[in-house]
Design a protein around this ligand. Sequence first.
Ligand SMILES: [Zn+2]
Length: 220
Amino acid sequence: MFIWGAKGVVADLGHQGDRPCPTCEKERPFHLMLQYTARHFWYVFKWVTGKQYASVCAVCQRGQRLDTKTIEAKLPKPPIPFATRGSWMILVGLLAIAAVFGVIDDTSRSSSRETYLATPAKGDRYVVNVAGLMQSPQSKYLYTILRVREVKADGVEFDAATWFYPGASGPNKDMRDGKLDQPGYFSPTPIVLSRDKIARLHADHAIHSIDRAPGPGLGS
Ligand SMILES: [Zn+2]
């Protein structure tokens, strides 16, 4: 069994000086920012993907991407903590196996997700991090299940589960265990999300997966 995780990290590497920002059309402080994804295997052996440096306006958060090699040659020390950066070397062989499993899982999950997103059907079960939908969420990670009740012209009406988890595995376990059919699993009041809102959730990577129950009767 593998636990595959990833999270986006944004690090502010400090003020680089003021210059005119083309978006703000004003003199603004620019910061050197680093964005990367820390992937982990069993939460212990971590490595980094998708590293991107940028010079970003502190006010409007816009800026330019910078070349990684040029920037790293100038930095006094590596900005990513060692535990994230290099501990993978200990277990190269094992990680290679884990990566293969992870990629296969990611690919099949994302292709079904794209298909189901484009053509929602009654009964589809979305595993979603809904923290972004809330005004003041208690956590950045509130995974739950939204089940399509009805597809409307301008949006989708969902039954929303009343359970929240810090990761996608919680809702997936509930599905496997058949908990969704228990009374009270879903809130009696449905929520309606516009197509725009769903597209935004997807763009924010908040939709972890979409499951469609096989068999006739659904999707019509
Ligand atoms: Zn700006």
